[in-house]
Unconditional design. Structure first.
Length: 202
């Protein structure tokens, strides 16, 4: 019996992966917008509401770090502290600041949360302006929040999501489906061209 189902080939697998990639990219873009509007709500909070929000977030991250990350569990245990000892932002004074030097000398397994595998994370690097560049690993969810937080900072300077953003960089700026709707449009400017030409692009 003949069917319309094509034979499973490498080409079909590549096509399927491309479709999945496009769907994930759209979902990621929607997540950025969702986080952006969610984070913007904090701008309308009273001082007390903002403090309660910060304390709630702090308790969550302390609990997460203690239960899933060996370095932070050992740090708190050595100081005879538990997550319940952190009730407000001021309680952060109970622990010493972890330096960049300390983090760079820890093994990956010591700082990786057991909630993730390395394959789940996106690797970034600092610019190295203060010394040697440092690798940072983010989950895709946190990466989306990071982008949204950047737009939140822009919004404090009268930016809205329908404005164009000019980015001076050496690689192309990827286009997203929502750019056609006039949302979060980015324009690439070659940082090597004269300033007068950069202004003309804008």
């Amino acid at each position: 019996m003949k069917t319309n189902i094509p034979d499973y080939t490498i080409e079909n697998e590549d096509f399927r992966n491309d479709i999945i990639s496009r769907i994930c990219k759209r979902c990621s873009s929607i997540e950025v917008l969702r986080y952006f509007f969610m984070i913007k709500k904090t701008l309308r909070m009273s001082h007390e509401e903002l403090r309660n929000y910060q304390n709630r977030k702090l308790k969550n991250i302390i609990q997460h770090a203690y239960l899933t990350t060996p370095y932070y569990k050992n740090l708190l245990d050595n100081l005879h502290l538990k997550p319940a000892d952190f009730r407000s932002v001021s309680d952060l004074n109970k622990i010493p600041i972890t330096s960049k030097h300390t983090l760079k000398n820890l093994s990956f397994s010591e700082i990786l949360s057991s909630f993730y595998s390395k394959e789940d994370l996106v690797e970034l690097k600092t610019g190295g302006s203060a010394g040697t560049p440092m690798k940072i690993y983010l989950s895709k969810k946190v990466g989306n929040k990071r982008v949204a937080e950047g737009y939140r900072i822009f919004s404090l300077h009268a930016f809205n999501i329908f404005d164009k953003v000019a980015i001076a960089m050496f690689h192309d700026v990827s286009k997203s489906w929502y750019n056609a709707l006039g949302v979060l449009r980015n324009i690439k400017i070659d940082y090597k061209i004269p300033l007068e030409e950069q202004v003309e692009v804008i």
